[in-house]
Design a protein around this ligand. Structure first.
Ligand code: NAD
Ligand code: UDP
Length: 385
């Protein structure tokens, strides 16, 4: 492999990277990119390893560069030892499915704040660089969402574009427990920032904006609990495979920007390998060109899935459902999420390239190949009982 250079033309030295939450969606793609495209080695920590199993079998060219530790960071003393022997720590561990925020608010707050505290403390004490995964949800609602519906200012970027150094974090009232996640993430960001300011912790905070791709979440009843509710990609994929209408929460009017996981991982690699540019910073990582309402997302996914699977488009593709019925009491939504891109483009020279249509096609090909047979078997099992 030719020597890899950082953005300032310097040779990149191999690092030992401790990835906590390595077995999840983002973790699995990050591990692949690090093992296949770099010389860094990985200490992979998670409670599960199904999504990185293909990277853990012995005899591969990269096998001596990854060690997996089945550890729950909540109570395992090994966490400290693993951080101590690493050069960089990346913390991805979290409960991060919206269906949990209002129904399991304590688990959500513990997972996203309390459980992450020792990791921050060990990084501070052992002088390790920390790359912490936060969320675009720390922004909460846009300022524009408080203006009257037809106010022209709603169309002005100042009222909806989310800027790392300027935008406020706007959450709903405490009984709207949806915000337990964004609020816990925000407090952790503030703590990491304060450790940087007062104790010289070297940190980068990443705010992902709806990264999407293969291995995201699970299909209920196939590789996850049948009554659990994953994020929208898996909900819609499952409905498409079952040939059921896609459920639009509160009419599907919320807007999101979707970023292909492989584009996003390129930004994470730049963060890892360019500490001088990334330290003491918070980065939005998303794709503002890929904005769609959830209703539009449902329409595009239906068209793409019909093309991939060869099925004809059903008469009724979507059905409206209230957020109370779908998520239960205490749900409230982020209205719109457009990342300001100035920092990632100037500091990391990064731009996402995959269009919404392409990323949905790549992802739905994977979903169809991985799950459609199992979904069919689940349906016929149910019918025969
Ligand atoms: P994920 O659920 O697929 O991955 C999280 C991983 O952390 C899981 O494998 C889980 O088993 C592990 N984990 C959780 N608690 C743990 C513990 N106590 N000990 C050890 N491992 C533990 O989620 P993801 O989509 O890969 O997200 C990773 C991070 O990025 C999270 O912090 C999330 O809040 C943030 N994020 C992701 C997105 C996105 O678009 N995917 C958006 C916003 C924020
Ligand atoms: N959503 C929906 N139908 C579903 C699942 C989700 O309409 O079956 C909506 C949800 O209310 C939100 C958006 O899709 O407005 C994105 O939800 P996701 O779970 O992916 O996470 P979020 O972007 O809110 O963090």
């Amino acid at each position: 492999m030719a020597p890899r250079l950082d953005l300032d033309g310097r040779c990149i030295q191999p690092l030992k990277i401790c990835i906590i939450g390595a077995g999840g969606f983002i973790g699995s793609h990050l591990c692949e990119a690090l093992l296949w495209n770099t010389e860094h080695s990985i200490i992979a920590v998670d409670i599960f390893c199904d999504k990185i199993q293909h990277l853990l079998s012995p005899g591969e060219e990269w096998s001596n560069r990854i060690d997996f530790f089945m550890i729950n960071i909540k109570h395992d003393p090994q966490t400290e030892k693993l951080i101590k022997i690493s050069d960089v720590v990346i913390n991805l561990a979290a409960i991060c499915t919206p269906a949990d925020y209002n129904t399991r608010p304590l688990d959500t707050i513990y997972s996203n704040f309390i459980d992450a505290l020792p990791v921050v403390g060990f990084c501070r004490d052992y002088k390790k660089r920390l790359i912490h995964f936060s969320t675009c949800e720390v922004y909460g609602k846009t300022i524009g969402s408080f203006l009257p519906k037809n106010d022209p200012l709603r169309q002005h970027p100042n009222f909806y574009v989310l800027k790392e150094d300027e935008s406020p974090c706007i959450f709903g009232s405490i009984d709207k427990q949806r915000w337990s996640y964004g609020c816990a993430k925000q407090l952790l960001e503030r703590l990491v920032y304060a450790e940087g300011a007062e104790n010289d912790l070297k940190f980068t905070i990443v705010r992902p904006f709806n990264w999407i791709g293969p291995r995201m979440d699970f299909i209920p009843g196939v590789d996850g609990p049948s009554h659990a509710v994953p994020r929208v990609l898996a909900c819609f994929s499952m409905a498409l495979m079952k040939e059921e209408p896609l459920k639009l929460v509160d009419g599907g009017k919320a807007q999101r920007t979707f970023c292909y996981i492989k584009d996003a991982i390129d930004a994470v690699l730049r963060i890892i390998e360019n500490p001088d540019r990334a330290n003491m910073r918070i980065f939005n990582v998303g794709n503002p060109m890929n904005e769609a309402s959830v209703k539009e997302l449902a329409e595009i996914m239906t068209d793409v899935y019909c093309k991939i699977s060869g099925k004809s488009k059903p008469n009724m593709t979507t059905v409206d459902i209230s957020s109370k019925e779908f998520y239960g009491e205490g749900y409230e939504d982020s209205d719109r999420r457009i990342p300001d891109m100035k920092l990632v483009t100037t500091e990391l020279e990064w731009q996402p390239t995959t269009s919404l249509h392409d990323l949905l096609e790549f992802t739905l090909v994977y979903q169809h190949k991985t799950y459609s047979q199992a979904v069919r078997e689940c349906i016929s099992k149910k019918l025969s009982t």
